[in-house]
Design a protein around this ligand. Structure first.
Ligand code: GTP
Ligand code: SPV
Ligand code: MN
Length: 589
């Protein structure tokens, strides 16, 4: 049992939660293996989780969420501030009073007959001056166990908190799982988060998007740092020097894959290595030397299962072979393991699909795994995990990359002219929607900095904050844009992607060191064909030319769309509006 600190603020708040939701019991999560094992056993008894083959997948469990509860629900996610203006034009808004009036009745007595778990957790290494503490209360063992993988959780966090009231109050109940009453609410002024009627991922594991992005983005603006939807990866060159890159791609657009990429053989032979620091969220601060430093506030991966295979992402796959919880994938009943589309070419004949129906991979016409099915795996299980993940100082960033899924329009890679233009490029990011959020898939939407669903305040102010940070950073990282998803007329990807993205990263890092050439284009600086190492690649004739082409007519359309988007903002910084005008002028030349 946890050793409770003498902390009035904390104990009073837990008592408030207990009175409101009336659980039968309250259990503090100390994070000890003994307690976690007890919780796992309980989850197996209640049927919430299923223990997988201990020889093939030791410490691994299978879980299904409710069929209506399989992705983040952006239309039910709200920023609750006194004025609409503070939430801005891209967020759903309620006043804190409205939100409480709507949702308090749903919480009333919602934990009757259940246990309320109290999870103390740290985003970032415990005790680092950059880390922040949250306390999540939940009635879901799945959420409690997942939080213990995804964050640094337990007694050490309580000890660190001591008597301080400085923690984010995270209230979660799976409630009745009713989609009509599902709410994900953020109260930035009170450092609190309320979610109810979902047990899924970003809706329920509040340390992740709710805290580490929406609340943290507000804290970052106030305190002079940034919370971003970015992977962090280290590229070690043959001389043993490691340079770090951050990259922001929208959900299910390749962050986990880029963070763990295995370089093509020709690079490996030369001695290149890749180290993963983070795959989803980066907290960025200016160090004492004036450079930009990144830390990964998380302690685990909540990764997309479909498409993760031995060919595409062997490191992610390896990370899921131990102590992992799988959600909404296929169960292989023959050997009590799991499967999903893209794992291998050997789907189970005796399986159950993500809904629990009998499923035979040899004859099935429907997919077996939900397209947004996921694995929750500890960072420590990843073979290429960086030895810097626990470093409280973080890693220095050489380059920032924005990217999305664009079948046409965006070239494979381009460099921005300077920081302000780079911020403009980030603000102009657009991508085809994926299964990570409920709604239509494959429609292009504007998703600035991949933060559209995650910025906890007015996005006009957020852009201004990016510009201000640029003024303060001494050695500003160069800013790039990539697109691994450009297609030919038949809908085939022009670029092989995955490990071969290393070839683009090499150009990016060489540009940072002034070692590679680039040519001007209206949208930014492009590599010439000879500037990318495509040795050993079987690209279709003309593919590279097409990948590096900026079609002015298509981009003029892009500018139109962007103008419409910019028009939504009252608080759009002047410098970015000027960037848009300049782009239009360059396209007209
Ligand atoms: P979130 O966890 O939702 O934030 O997603 P993510 O950005 O980490 O995306 P992830 O790396 O999990 O990739 C999502 C999907 O895109 C998977 O099905 C991948 O197989 C696919 N993918 C990733 N990288 C590439 C690439 O370079 N090319 C192609 N064609 N597909 C890719
Ligand atoms: C995303 O959707 O960007 C994710 C998964 O990383 S979730 O935790 O649900 O936000
Ligand atoms: Mn994500």
């Amino acid at each position: 049992m946890a050793n409770l600190p003498d902390n009035r603020a904390l104990l009073d708040w837990i008592e408030e939660c207990r009175t409101l939701m009336t659980p039968d019991e309250v259990e503090w999560v100390d994070g000890s293996e003994e307690q976690l094992e007890r919780l796992r056993t309980r989850a197996v008894q209640t049927g919430e989780m299923h223990r997988l083959n201990p020889e093939l997948l030791p410490g691994c469990y299978y879980h299904r969420s409710h069929p209506t509860d399989v992705a983040r629900v952006e239309d039910r996610t709200f920023i609750c501030t006194p004025t609409r203006e503070e939430a801005g034009p891209t967020n759903n808004h309620m006043t804190p009073d409205e939100a409480r009036a709507k949702v308090l009745p749903l919480y009333k007595g919602c934990m009757k007959g259940r246990t309320m778990y109290v999870i103390p957790y740290s985003m970032g290494p415990i005790g680092s001056e950059f880390s922040k503490i949250g306390i999540e209360v939940t009635d879901s063992i799945y959420v409690a166990l997942s939080m213990c993988i995804m964050t640094r959780a337990g007694q050490a966090v309580l000890d660190q908190l001591g008597s301080s009231g400085d923690f984010v109050r995270c209230l979660h109940s799976k409630g009745t799982l009713s989609p009509e009453d599902r709410y994900i609410l953020h109260f930035p002024e009170e450092d609190s988060i309320w979610s109810i009627n979902s047990g899924y991922g970003g809706n329920a594991l509040q340390g992740k998007k709710c805290f580490a992005l929406r609340i943290a983005s507000v804290l970052g603006r106030r305190e002079g740092w940034m919370a971003e939807h970015m992977l962090i990866v280290g590229i070690e060159n043959p001389k043993g020097e490691t340079k770090y890159i951050c990259a922001a791609f929208p959900s299910a657009c390749g962050k986990t894959n880029l963070a763990m990429l295995i370089p093509p053989e020709l690079y490996r032979k030369k001695g290149y290595k890749v180290w993963t620091v983070g795959d989803d969220i980066a907290w960025l601060r200016i160090g004492a030397d004036g450079r930009l430093y990144a830390t990964n506030p998380e302690n685990g991966f909540f990764g997309v299962a479909p498409g993760t295979g031995a060919k595409t992402n062997p490191n992610a796959l390896a990370a899921t072979r131990k102590n992992t919880i799988f959600t909404n994938v296929v169960r292989n009943l023959k050997d009590n393991t799991v499967w999903w589309e893209g794992l291998d070419k050997n789907p189970p004949e005796f399986g159950e699909d993500w809904l629990g129906n009998p499923w035979n991979g040899k004859t099935a016409t429907e997919k077996g795994a939900q397209p947004n099915s996921r694995f929750t795996a500890p960072l420590s299980g990843c073979p290429c995990i960086s030895d810097k993940v626990d470093d409280p100082a973080g890693v220095p960033i050489s380059a920032i990359i924005f990217g999305g899924r664009r079948a046409h329009t965006a070239p494979l890679v381009f460099e921005s002219f300077d920081w302000t233009h780079g911020v403009f490029v980030g603000s102009a990011l657009a991508s085809e929607t994926t299964a990570a959020t409920q709604g239509k898939i494959g429609v292009v939407r504007r998703d600035p900095m991949a933060m559209l669903p995650f910025c906890g305040y007015n996005m006009g102010d957020y852009f201004a904050h990016w510009l201000t940070m640029g003024d303060k950073i001494k050695e500003r990282p160069k800013i790039f844009h990539v697109n691994w998803f450009r297609q030919d007329d038949e809908g085939n990807y022009l670029w092989p992607g995955f490990g071969d993205n290393m070839r683009v990263l090499e150009w990016v890092l060489d540009r940072c060191e002034g070692k590679a050439e680039a040519v001007d284009s209206p949208v930014g600086l492009l590599p010439r064909e000879q500037d990318l190492n495509v040795e050993g690649l079987a690209l279709k004739p003309g593919a590279l030319t097409e990948l590096l082409t900026v079609d002015k007519a298509v981009w003029k359309e892009e500018v139109k769309g962007l103008r419409e988007f910019y028009a939504k903002f009252d608080r759009m910084p002047k410098a970015l509006k000027e960037q848009l005008d300049q782009l239009e002028t360059r396209l007209a030349e």
